[in-house]
Ligand binder design. Sequence first.
Ligand code: NAD
Length: 386
Amino acid sequence: MGANGRLRIGMIGVSGRGGLWRHWHQPTGRSEIVAGADINAGKLARFASDHGGNPFVAEDYRAMLDRSDIDAVGVASPDFCHEEHAIAALQAGKHVFCEKPLAVTIEGCDRILEAWRASGKRLMVGFNMRYMNIFRVMKEIIDSGAIGEIKAVWVRHFVGHGSDFYYHDWHATRRNATSLLLQKGSHDIDMIHWITGRYTRRTAAFGSLDFFGGDKPNTLTCPECPEKTVCTEYMTGPRIQCAFREEVDVEDNQVTIMELEGGIKASYLQCHFTPDYHRNYTFIGTEGRVENSEPDMKVWVKTRRSNTYRDLADRTYDIKPASGGHGGADPVICEDFLDMCIDGKMPLATPLAGRMSVATGVCAAQSMRTGGLPVDVPPPPLWSTL
Ligand SMILES: NC(=O)c1ccc[n+]([C@@H]2O[C@H](COP(=O)([O-])OP(=O)(O)OC[C@H]3O[C@@H](n4cnc5c(N)ncnc54)[C@H](O)[C@@H]3O)[C@@H](O)[C@H]2O)c1
């Protein structure tokens, strides 16, 4: 902690998701952003100017980690950098907030967990959906026992604007992201795990590239494209690589089945060319069913007839809107990081959850690419100590 009693945080990746720094920069609060590292000099300059307080900046993140006046690090670089950045920060003696997915391989996640345990520092994952009102309400209802013991889960993720976020830049290739089942899907898989309180034991999947990808040159960008006036995916920025370029190889339409601990059956659909954007979750228990609607900001609870005095009502919850990114979740997850680093609180978004979501996504992708047979999800080597 600094002499002013604040946790001193440095960011790796200062733009895009790195914008989380604004929640941690509280010059009269519990933390402050004192540094940023990014390979893009222009983004570093913009960060320093927006910050306004003369933060330390470096194009090589190691120069930032060498500093003793940094207590904690937020890793918001692309997925394929998380393993290197999180391990280096832990080994440098910093607490770490690592954006999801924890890493792009199961082995990479396990190496992060090992570095975390060896460091004695604190680690959490950017699972901000755990902090969204609509999903917290669903978890509260299920934890209350209102629908009995969970037996089935059905999740549909309609990724409208799929190209804007996933097909115009690095996300679109297996070498960078492995699969959108663990990139985009890491949130949904984690929600299935968190709300049921169970991890996936085995999984199988089918999927393919049904809309994006194609034969356009990898160098083509939207502004220079001769078809830009008629292309449905034309973008003005910041992501402008052609969504129909040759190198695109992550599936845009995929369906996964999962068997969780305790025999819970789950299915998950993720499609990137729907017109609208929302996530529809249904949990079925022995005594009822819970379903949400993000567009309506509602959660419905229907209970089975019990033939006892307990037959009271079906219920509809109106979810309160919250301000802040991702339905109000971003400011709350940033506070949870401070609670963890400063007060030693166990975060809602744990490292083990980060690892199990990636492991499930990796195994589902493996199944999807090898004929759809089920794949067992391996537990982490450190399982008994986590
Ligand atoms: N939890 C969420 O809701 C959420 C939302 C968006 C993104 N994310 C995650 O945040 C991460 C960043 O996503 P993004 O969309 O901001 O990506 P991005 O491509 O915009 O990159 C973020 C920043 O990292 C920098 N960067 C790239 N390589 C780097 C390196 N080797 N060292 C240091 N900096 C580097 C880039 O210059 C950029 O400033 C991803 O892992 C993504 O999955 C999470």
